[in-house]
Structure formats: C-alpha cells, structure tokens
Design a protein around this ligand. Structure first.
Ligand SMILES: Nc1ncnc2c1ncn2[C@@H]1O[C@H](COP(=O)(O)OP(=O)(O)OP(=O)(O)O)[C@@H](O)[C@H]1O
Ligand SMILES: [Mg+2]
Length: 444
C-alpha cells in the first residue's frame, strides 16, 4: 500500500509556511475589522436596520471563527507527524548551528557588523503512514549524527506513543516501523473455528506459521509463563491438520495425560519410552528419505509424495537432560539428543518436525547451531537479556518491551521479513470456558 508522506524530507533546513499562524493573524484582522464596523454603526445611527446589521456582523464573526478553527485543526492534523519530527530534531539536538556575519546600515547610515545564528546542518527524516504502520526513516548523511540515528528507538516511542515493531538499519537510512493498530490476540474460547485448508497455523497477533517454510519450533519461558498452554494450542492446531503427533513429557505433567486419548505408543513420559518414540520418528524420517530419493522429483517435498507431517512435541527438554545422572541414563539422553539433532537438521523435506519447550535455555540444552535451525522461536514471560539471547541469538532485539500479560512474550520467525524478535501474545485460552480434551477429541 502506498502511504502518506512518503519521500518528503523533513529537516530544519527547509522553510515551512506556518499556515496556522497566518490564519491566526488573518482571523485577528477580520475580527478587528468587524469590531470597527460594529462600533461605527452603533455610533452613527440607532435604528432597527443598524441593530439587524450588528447582529449579522456578530453571526459572521462567529461563523468565521468556527470555520477558521476547523481549518486550523485540519492543517495541524495533516502536518502532525512532520511537526512532531521537527520538534524531535530540536529536542534531540539533531542539528548544528553556526554564526554568520554580515554588514548592515543602521539608522545613522553607518555600516555595522551583524552576527546571526543560523542552522547549518540538520538530520533529515521522512515517513510513510499506512492503516497499520507508521514508518519513520532517519536518513544517514555520514555526519556527526549518523551513529545516533540508530539509537532513537526509545525517544521515538515516546514522541508518538507507539510501539516499535522493528528497526532496520540500512546503509543510508534507519527505518523505525511503528505499530498504529495493535494486532489482535487470538481468543480460543470465543473465536470461530477457522476452516483448515492449509498447513499454515494462525497463531494470532499477526503471526501465521507455516512449518514447511519455517520448520521446527522452540518455546522457552520460566515456570508459569504459558509454555504448556501454548504447546497444547499447537497440538490442537496440528491435530486439526491430521498431523501424526508424538509427545514426550519427561515431567509427566499435562501433556503426559494425553496418552489416554492419543495412545500410549505416541505419548512417552519415561526416558526409555522417550528414546523409543524419538527412534521411531527418526526411522520414519529415514524411510521417507529413502522413498523420496528412489522416486526423485526435483524440488518436491513430503506433501508431493502424499505424506502427512509428523510432529515430535518435546516438553521440558531441560528436565529430560537433567535426568541423565548415571552412565546408563546419560546414554539414553545422548541417544535422544542425537535423534532430535537429526530431525532438526534433516526433517523438513520429509515432513518430520520437532517442537521443543524448555524452561531455561542454555548452550547445554541446545547447541546454538541447532537452535538456529528452529525456525519459530518464542520466549514467553519476562526474561533477562541473556535469557533472550539464548533463545534468539542474533535476532535478539536491542531493547525489550515490558511483558505484563500472561502468555505474552517475544516471537521470532525465520523468513518472516522481521529481523528481530517481536512482542507477541499467545492465543488466549480461558480455562473456564475452554475444554481442551473435548476439543482434542473432535480431531482424533
Ligand atoms: N495463553 C494463555 N491464555 C490464558 N492463560 C494463560 C495463557 N498462558 C498462560 N496462562 C496462565 O498461566 C498459567 C501457567 O501456564 P502454563 O502452565 O502453560 O505455564 P508453563 O510455562 O507450562 O509452566 P511450568 O513451567 O510450570 O510448566 C496458566 O494456568 C494460565 O492461568
Ligand atoms: Mg508446563
């Protein structure tokens, strides 16, 4: 969508006509004239006609005042962003002043030197406005201010009272993408069930997730941050799409109880069973690979070969790794981790995906190269900057929005065009109204 204000450079070096003060002056002049006319009429005669004339004048004055007020409002609205940015350049000191000297003849006819301050340099902004976004462009001119232009996030947030969705630092311009319309959180208890006609999953808040484009997912967050709820939502969405689901729940909490519905072959809670399930997924992946290689079709994936997706949902990876205390259990942990690694690196083409959740992410939970292969990454709840870095790596934003809502956090999706993790609210699930098991059974 082409927006308003595009390509118009805003800087203190431009001269802007101040229409509002011109209108103010005009209005004052008109009112003054009308007053003079009224006084003249009142002084010169006192008939009915002059009374009507005075009344008429007053009506004209009021009408004029209203019209002017409206016009000024329109001008102010139209120039709002420009004027805020001009204020911003001054308030942030993003300009330079110099002094120039020139000679002027004074009243006595003598030449006199005059020193005058003027603005010699100013940063240049421009903007683009659509229904959803306001993008502020800070143009780099390789001058003193260039570095500062990439550090305006907090100040711009305050200037417009808008959240910043992303900052893109290009060679010659820094783009601040601000959100005008807040994306809406999905509410599973009230939302109509959307027809499922593709693998794409609507995660709400403007995020649509397609596993084929962005394979594998990671959900991180402290205790009580909403990992299990989000994982459940995910499972439900996958079941709607006829996905073959395997669940590993080493803490044997909510997800473990799904074995009653999905079958205990597909739900594992003990280390040995978890190893068996992961082995099964890896074997399936390898068989698919073999078949697909034998029936090679250039650029094809599992869908073209008639396969459904397989998802391995692994809750609380950290807890599982911690269970490897002696030699034997360590072997099991290693085997499982090795299987997960193979799926993460090779699963996409054959349609085998993993979703991992973990309380604490660190280099031991998942090596960074593996983490970077998890296309969708969510960090729920408030985290320390190191915590975020462990989840998002180079996609960690420079500043973190406050997270005050249950189930909210940051999300990053590879290939979405957003370079850094964004604020996001996971689908809202009202536990009083929403019967997860009943929903689940609809799709089994
Ligand atoms: N999307 C959501 N919608 C509504 N409530 C939520 C949501 N996410 C979290 N909550 C609230 O937070 C509580 C904790 O959520 P959840 O059990 O998913 O956290 P967790 O991260 O799995 O915690 P733990 O580490 O203890 O397993 C829920 O019982 C619910 O009250
Ligand atoms: Mg949990």
């Amino acid at each position: 969508m082409k927006g308003k204000g595009e390509n118009r450079n805003i800087s203190l070096l431009n001269n802007y006509i101040d229409w509002v003060s011109i209108l103010n002056k005009l209005e004052t002049l008109f009112l003054f004239l009308i007053t003079i006319i009224i006084i003249t009429i009142l002084l010169s005669s006192d008939g009915l006609l002059s009374f009507i004339f005075v009344a008429l004048m007053i009506i004209v004055a009021v009408f004029l005042h209203k019209k002017m007020k409206k016009r000024k409002r329109i001008i102010k609205d139209k120039n709002y962003i420009r004027d805020r940015l001009l204020y911003f350049i001054r308030a942030q000191g993003l300009f330079e002043e110099d002094v120039r000297e020139y000679e002027e003849r004074n009243n006595q006819g003598n030449w006199k030197k005059v020193r005058e301050k003027y603005i010699s340099n100013s940063t240049i902004f421009s903007y683009k406005q659509t229904d959803k976004n306001l993008i502020i462009y800070a143009h780099k001119q390789a001058d003193n201010f260039t570095r500062k232009l990439s550090e305006l996030e907090e100040a711009l947030r305050a200037l417009f009272d808008l959240d910043i969705e992303q900052v893109i630092n290009r060679n010659t311009v820094v783009e601040y993408h601000m959100l005008i319309a807040q994306p809406e959180r999905l509410d599973l208890s009230t939302n109509e069930i959307e027809p499922v006609d593709s693998l794409e999953i609507n995660l709400g808040y403007g995020v649509k997730y397609n596993p084929v484009k962005t394979p594998h997912a990671l959900i991180a967050g402290g205790t009580g941050s909403g990992k299990s709820i989000l994982t459940s939502v995910f499972i439900l969405e996958l079941l709607k799409r006829n996905v073959n689901i395997f669940i590993c729940d080493p803490k044997n909490s909510d997800l473990g109880s799904l074995s009653h519905y999905i079958g205990d072959k597909k739900v594992a809670t003990t280390p040995n069973n978890i190893a068996r399930v992961v082995r099964h997924a890896v074997t399936e992946m390898n068989e698919r690979y073999k078949y697909m290689n034998e029936n090679f079709k250039y650029g094809s994936n599992f869908v073209d070969h008639g396969y459904n997706s397989i998802w391995l949902v692994f809750d609380e990876m950290g807890a599982f790794q911690a269970s490897g205390t002696d030699k034997k259990s360590k072997e099991v942990v290693n085997e499982v981790m090795d299987g997960l690694k193979q799926i993460i690196l090779l699963g996409r083409q054959s349609g085998v995906f993993v979703l991992v959740s973990a309380q604490q992410m660190n280099a031991n939970t998942l090596k960074t190269d593996l983490r970077d292969n998890l296309g969708l990454r969510v960090a729920l709840g408030s985290n320390s900057s190191e915590g975020y870095r462990m989840v998002f790596g180079s996609a960690t934003p420079d500043t973190f929005p406050p997270i005050e809502t249950k189930g909210a956090g940051l999300i990053y999706m590879q290939g979405s065009g957003k370079e850094k993790a964004q604020y996001w609210e996971s689908p809202f699930v009202d536990m009083e109204k929403f019967d997860f098991i009943a929903e689940l059974q609809k799709y089994l």
